[in-house]
Design a protein around this ligand. Structure first.
Ligand SMILES: Cc1cc2nc3c(=O)[nH]c(=O)nc-3n(C[C@H](O)[C@H](O)[C@H](O)COP(=O)(O)O)c2cc1C
Length: 415
């Protein structure tokens, strides 16, 4: 049950005789702590009134693309699609399922489904012969192949008087399946991560900089894995050449350590992250007096005055909630364990991920990594060389086990 607490469910109700059951479904979801916004097709209003569903959900029900033709207002289907953690269509008619497959936008619900970035679950309901028709079978297969989860209808007596499969799944079963689905697919929904990634470039002049060879691959792999598990990720990225296409990732690109620090501080204060992961290879120093414009070869100074950059991860400690799980990264050129333990204490981290340049295939630039998770002097977990994606999964497992011991941090409790 707890899995549905705070989950945002856009409930699509379509023109099936089973639409009356959506009233019970709304109650089940609301009782389980979900926030429900109902979108009805015009056909659904023949079977149940918006007043019923609006009252039970506690929010206005939307069914038309335009709110008030006279006033020229319209329902923001994009906003609704982005709001939801899931769009659940229950009951889903053969007509709406076909519209989803074809990508039609002739009802508000279909446009919400086209705009939604979140996962979609459908619970079909129809007469036996409609359900077993090859068109319906093909449509459901097509939707499954796009990642839509189908809650199978039940067998039994149908409104038409026929016996067979097609009856809308019981609202309690729909709620249970939705809960299980959230647990499996998005166990960390509602939790938030702040991740720094990549190198920083510290300008010497307008074109030259001090930097390092960090590719950002490991940090991006971690961001993608946590987003896949449902987390919202603030990703503060130094100059990297990698895409991070996931709706759960809110990316901010920066250049220098000072910019990265400011962006990370801002995100930490605004969003109270549940976990902070400092994967960025932040330049320790920056030129004290960058030259304006591009210096000619002969005008370059013999020596560069350098200023120490802030320790971004250590500095975040003051801006994140006490409960926040802090993960640091250490790249050693030798064994590095003693240094990693010292770094862990200095930066106030709960976990240090240590990799060493001494290991073939580990560290900057590679697609593989060999890491140790340094929890403390008495708990060090060593892993074999594996892909950076696989390292991200290992780390996500540790983070998940830790976070699921408590609910997500509320942004107000930042300080
Ligand atoms: C009394 C009645 C019951 C209906 N029940 C269903 C149903 O259970 N499933 C279904 O797919 N269509 C059913 N229909 C047909 C749909 O209402 C019709 O296909 C409509 O266009 C669906 O539009 P919508 O998907 O936009 O709501 C029923 C029609 C009537 C008149």
């Amino acid at each position: 049950m707890a899995m549905l607490k705070g989950r945002r469910v856009v409930l699509g109700v379509t023109g099936s005789i089973a639409a009356y059951k959506s009233a019970f479904l709304v109650r089940e979801l609301v009782k389980a702590g979900a926030e429900v916004r109902v979108v009805m097709t015009p056909g659904a209003k023949e079977f149940i009134t918006p007043l019923t569903l609006g009252t039970l959900s506690g929010h206005p029900v939307h069914s038309e693309l335009t709110d008030d033709r006279e006033a020229g207002t319209w329902t923001d289907h994009v906003e609704l699609g982005l709001w939801g953690d899931v769009v659940l269509v229950a009951p889903a008619t053969a007509h709406t399922l076909a519209g989803m497959v074809e990508g039609r936008g002739d009802s508000l619900l279909l446009t919400v489904l086209l705009s939604a970035k979140c996962p979609v679950v459908v619970a079909p309901a129809m007469d036996r012969d409609m359900f077993t028709h090859p068109a319906t079978t093909a449509n459901l297969d097509a939707l499954r192949s796009r990642g839509v989860h189908v809650i199978e209808p039940e067998e039994g007596e149908l409104a038409s008087g026929l016996e067979g499969k097609g009856r809308l799944a019981d609202p309690v079963r729909i709620r249970e399946e939705l809960t299980a689905w959230f647990r499996n697919h998005a166990p960390l929904l509602g939790y938030r991560a702040l991740i720094t990634v990549g190198p920083t470039h510290e300008p010497v002049d307008a074109v030259r900089f001090i930097g390092n060879r960090s590719s950002g691959r490991q940090g991006v792999a971690i961001a993608m894995e946590l987003a896949r598990r449902g987390m919202t990720v603030d990703l503060i990225a130094g100059p990297i050449d990698l895409a991070t296409d996931h709706p759960g990732i809110d990316r901010r690109d920066v250049g220098t350590a000072l910019e990265m620090n400011a962006a990370a501080q801002e995100a930490a204060r605004a969003h109270a992250p549940d976990v902070v992961i400092g994967t960025a290879a932040v330049s320790d120093v920056r030129p004290s007096a960058p030259i304006d414009g591009k210096a000619a070869k002969g005008d370059l100074p013999d020596h560069l005055g350098l200023t120490e950059n802030p320790d971004i991860l250590a500095g975040l400690n003051a801006s994140v909630p006490a409960d926040c799980f802090k993960v640091g990264f250490a790249l050693a050129h030798d064994d590095g364990l003693e240094a990693a333990l010292r770094k862990k204490d200095r930066k106030g981290c709960d976990l240090m991920v240590l990799n060493s340049l001494a290991d073939q295939g580990a560290g900057f630039g590679h697609t593989t990594n060999r890491v140790r998770f340094v929890h403390g002097p008495d708990r060090i977990d060593s892993f074999e060389l594996k892909s950076k994606d696989a390292v991200a999964v290992d780390l996500a497992e540790v983070i998940q086990a830790r976070l699921l011991q408590r609910p997500p941090i509320e942004p107000d409790s930042t300080l």
